[in-house]
Design a binder for this molecule. Structure first.
Ligand SMILES: NC(=O)c1ccc[n+]([C@@H]2O[C@H](COP(=O)([O-])OP(=O)(O)OC[C@H]3O[C@@H](n4cnc5c(N)ncnc54)[C@H](O)[C@@H]3O)[C@@H](O)[C@H]2O)c1
Length: 252
């Protein structure tokens, strides 16, 4: 029997859905039939994403929350279960990139990076994971980065946080496999989102581009399609993996 990619009837939480990759994941999920709770600190952006999804006749619920605050995590998970009835999929997408030469990184930059990119990923996974364990079903997809696998200059804190996400993905996969919860990560190369433009515009980006065999930066949709696959039941035998989506950058 042929099976096609579908998220029909699935209930998801997607963080960082106001713009960039998270927005694209939210739209692709809606197109594939999922109902989602969309989380971000950026209320205006979030409303735009939700508006686009509702205009297509799909369901999405905005939650304005800072995911570095554990009380907010607890509240948003409860709200999501109240609204949607259950959570099948968690996409840990929200992230920040505070670049600086290693010798200049401040304690504040380090702590903020770890809080958003790593601590929030763990505690959101823990709260949603407890619910998924009860139901013996769940898909968690973490957005890591190529920079968590190979180095990029001025990315000390960011690279450490994303390498942390790769390690965390493996431990959660190991511990929660017995509960039928799949935990995977994706590691994108440069994607020209608001974050990508801030970090990689100009000469720096042009130099980087020369190392991508496919000859282009990624599009948010490239990442969203992979995340959708990993969130679907077509990926039931995948767990603990970090899948590169880098146009071949790390093949060399
Ligand atoms: N753009 C790239 O080149 C690239 C490459 C590899 C990995 N990534 C990763 O992909 C993910 C999405 O990146 P993007 O390029 O779309 O970034 P972006 O800055 O364009 O969007 C990130 C979103 O996350 C939200 N966010 C940030 N901190 C938050 C918090 N504490 N609570 C709730 N929401 C918060 C922001 O408001 C924003 O809407 C990130 O994890 C990023 O590290 C991006």
């Amino acid at each position: 029997m042929r099976q096609f990619l579908s998220l029909e009837g699935k209930k998801a939480i997607i963080t960082g859905a106001a713009k960039g990759i998270g927005k694209s994941i939210a739209i692709v999920f809606a197109q594939l039939g999922a109902e989602s709770t969309l989380v971000d600190v950026d209320q205006a952006g979030l409303e735009e994403t939700v508006g686009e999804i509702r205009n297509q006749g799909q369901k999405a619920y905005p939650v304005v929350a800072d995911i570095t605050d554990i009380k907010s995590i607890e509240k948003l998970v409860e709200e999501s279960i109240d609204k949607m009835g259950r959570i099948d999929i968690l996409v840990n997408n929200a992230g920040i990139a505070l670049t600086n030469p290693a010798e200049k990184v401040t304690e504040e930059q380090w702590d903020k990076t770890m809080a958003v990119n790593l601590k929030a990923v763990f505690f959101l996974s823990q709260y949603v994971g407890r619910h998924m364990i009860q139901r013996r079903y769940g898909k968690i997809v973490n957005i890591a980065s190529q920079t968590g696998i190979v180095a990029a200059e001025e990315h000390a804190a960011y690279a450490a946080s994303k390498a942390g996400v790769v390690g965390l993905t493996k431990v959660l996969a190991l511990e929660w496999g017995k509960y039928n919860i799949n935990v995977n990560a994706v590691a994108p190369t440069v994607i020209m989102t608001p974050m990508g433009k801030k970090v990689w515009s100009g000469e720096k980006g042009e130099k980087f581009l020369q190392k991508i065999p496919l000859g282009r930066f990624g599009e948010p949709e490239d990442v969203a399609h992979l995340v959708a696959f990993l969130s679907s039941d077509l990926a039931n035998m995948m767990t603990g993996a970090t899948v590169m989506i880098d146009g071949g950058y790390t093949a060399q």
